[in-house]
Design a protein around this ligand. Sequence first.
Ligand code: A3P
Length: 320
Amino acid sequence: EDADYNKLCEDHNHLIETIPKRNGWKEQHLYNYNGFWLNPHIIKNNLVVHTYFKSQSTDIFLASFMKSGTTWLKALMFSTLNRHLYSFSDHFLLHHGPHSTFPLLDFETHPITDFTQLPAPRLFATHFPRTLLPPLITSCKIVYLCREPKDVLISKWHFMCKLRPKDMPPLSLEEAFELFCAGISDYGPFWEHVLSYWRASLENPEKILFLKYEEVKKQPEVVVRKLAAFMGKPFTAEEVEKGVVEKIVELCSFGNLSNLEVNKNGVEKFGKVAAELGVDNRQFFRKGETGDWKIYLSEEMSQRIDGITHDKLKDSGLII
Ligand code: A3P
């Protein structure tokens, strides 16, 4: 084990010295690792996951680009899959932030957490593009969530401004915009990320459920029913009759979750090392709307992103 890990550290050091490097959105640089921009810790964690994570064929993954609505989908998937375990009046989500529901694989460091005790199907989240996942994970069921890129940019800009160390000059929207358009964004380029899952979902629709934030906003009940069926736990007629679908939607709604004490004042710790990354839960709840970009982006900026989206997706059949 240790010899493996020493080798991994050597490989990582070598990578960091040789692959392209740019300024990121926070203090860490971003490095282009196999076509995607990641900070050096996440690259190392990716190597750890490849080396030590043992997936099970029954595992279900939630994959998304940062700020696409991961928090919301985590709550929806967890409460749908585990609806037999909790009552709505005393639900886990009333006392814990959505990120406590299941682990984000990307923050796994050495030695990797022992997940073997978790009952199947286990849920995991990841922001890695499909091409950076270990091959065994790509044969598991994956729910992919995508979102309008201009909304992702604005959401991410706000989020990163909050997380950026106070001794750094603020990140202007213009800088964030240029970085995003150039694809230099954690786990970016955005478009290649989305396409990595979109193409796979066309080949294997029963293995990849491709969702859009906008469709979840419009018809959350339809999406929750899709999720339940996809995860192998379709709603029974009796449950539908009792309004279980609506109750899940209400429990996980922006209005409900963002007003809970735990999400107003709680802190989410990512990774095993407590000091590693603590994020106030409230940073995951900003507005929860579609089209908020209109307040921030000029006509020229919005046209430029739309142009990139058009060019990158035009042959894919995907419209976002
Ligand atoms: P905004 O910044 O546009 O408000 P992620 O969870 O991937 O980090 O994405 C965060 C985005 O999802 C934020 O978008 C946040 O407000 C929104 N969000 C979080 N919880 C939500 C919910 N229950 N319903 C709708 N949107 C939600």
